[in-house]
Design a binder for this molecule. Structure first.
Ligand SMILES: *Cc1c(COP(=O)(O)O)cnc(C)c1O
Length: 363
């Protein structure tokens, strides 16, 4: 009799496991703490909470929980089309932007093909690549910054997708819009360029790939409601691309991949301009607070404008555990090959101050 492993699809056996930020309840139990006293600065969640308009709409939608959601996501796609001056057919809605990346990979990757991304890029690119038996091509990132020229040079006739996040997670570095556009334009016409803009709402300026899309170039953009809109727990994200690519990917997704309250919340959150600007402002202040604090502690960090900073601290693994003991959860970056680094999510002012005070004990 064969084991399950012998029966499994080959890529499943080598699929890496995603390591998420440690949940508050789990850390509280492990260290004997009151969950109310634990702060999580480990998953780039929004310290302001969810968008109030999104929350209200999600709550209301729960009363209709006996109904399936609109599997065509008509209203959300219409709103996104208006926001981006595109058509509803230019969007794929996913269970987080994580899912749309997996769907992109599922739609286009097969064994023997290559996917190019940075060595400290968001880990989901590697997961999506390996899940379908394709080959990850990880391009070194000197100083943990993307080397766009090296990424272009890594493209071969086997390359199917190039992934780039700006700002990148977990490093927090940003690439200039003109450099991103130059990379996208330089790619062979049959390579799909996927720009991951999970943190773009926190930037003043982003690369606009819509003209390239309109010109028939193979570029897609992913966005999420998880960060600046504060809806990480509801899981909604989307992909923007040509009608053809979205039509193909929409065939692959399951009919109701986003649930009813999440859908309602995302639709409403898009109108929450007030929350978005508060998120941006609070984040800019938090980045300034953390940057100043890290500077005065003498800890190196990668300057950035996302809602987190990667910082190099003495004895990172030890600090990661010591911080949990006092109720502060951050993210170690050893798994990304960044030994000695921690990723610190921007919290509210008091949370940032508490994090810095705890870090100061390890100077
Ligand atoms: C958080 C994040 C996402 C968004 O993930 P969701 O699945 O939408 O919650 C995508 N890309 C990067 C780089 C991220 O850090």
């Amino acid at each position: 009799m064969a084991t399950y492993s012998e029966l499994a699809n080959r890529p499943v056996l080598t699929q890496p496991v995603y390591e998420a930020g440690r949940p508050i309840e789990v850390v509280a139990r492990e260290f004997g703490l009151d969950p109310g006293s634990v702060i999580k600065l480990a998953s780039n969640e929004n310290p302001l909470g969810p968008s109030p308009l999104g929350l209200a709409a999600g709550r209301k939608a729960l009363e209709q929980a006996h109904l399936y959601p609109d599997g065509g996501y008509t209203l959300l796609r219409e709103k996104l089309a208006a926001k981006w001056r595109l058509q509803p057919t230019n969007f794929v809605i996913g269970n987080g932007s994580n899912e749309v990346m997996i769907l992109l990979a599922q739609s286009f990757l097969r064994p023997g093909e290559e996917v190019v991304f940075g060595s400290q890029a968001f880990v989901v690119y590697k997961l999506a690549t390996m899940l379908f038996g394709a080959t990850p091509v990880e391009v070194p990132m000197p100083g943990f910054r993307h080397d766009l020229a090296a990424m272009r040079a890594a493209v071969t006739s086997r390359t199917r997708i190039v992934f780039l996040a700006s700002p990148n997670n977990p490093t927090g570095g940003t690439d200039r819009p003109e450099d991103i556009l130059a990379l996208a334009s330089s790619l062979p016409e049959d390579v799909i360029f996927c720009l991951d803009e999970a943190y773009a709402e926190y930037l003043d300026e982003t690369a606009d790939l819509r003209p390239m899309m309109a010109a028939g170039r193979k570029v897609v953009v992913t966005r999420t409601f998880s960060k600046a809109y504060g809806l990480a727990g509801l899981r909604v994200g989307y992909l923007m691309g040509s009608e053809e690519v979205c039509g193909l990917i929409n065939r692959v997704r399951q009919p109701f991949n986003v649930n009813l309250p999440a859908l309602a919340a995302a639709e409403a959150a898009l109108d929450d301009a007030d929350f978005l600007s508060r998120s941006r402002r609070a984040n800019a202040e938090g980045i300034a607070q953390l940057s100043a604090g890290l500077n005065s502690l003498g800890f190196e960090f990668i300057p950035g404008h996302a809602n987190f900073l990667a910082a190099r601290v003495p004895r990172a693994e030890e600090i990661f555990t010591a911080l949990q003991r006092v109720g502060v959860i951050v993210r170690p970056l050893k798994g990304y090959g960044m030994v000695g680094w921690l990723r610190l999510t921007v919290g509210n002012q008091a949370q940032n101050a508490r994090l810095l005070a705890e870090l100061a004990k390890f100077r």
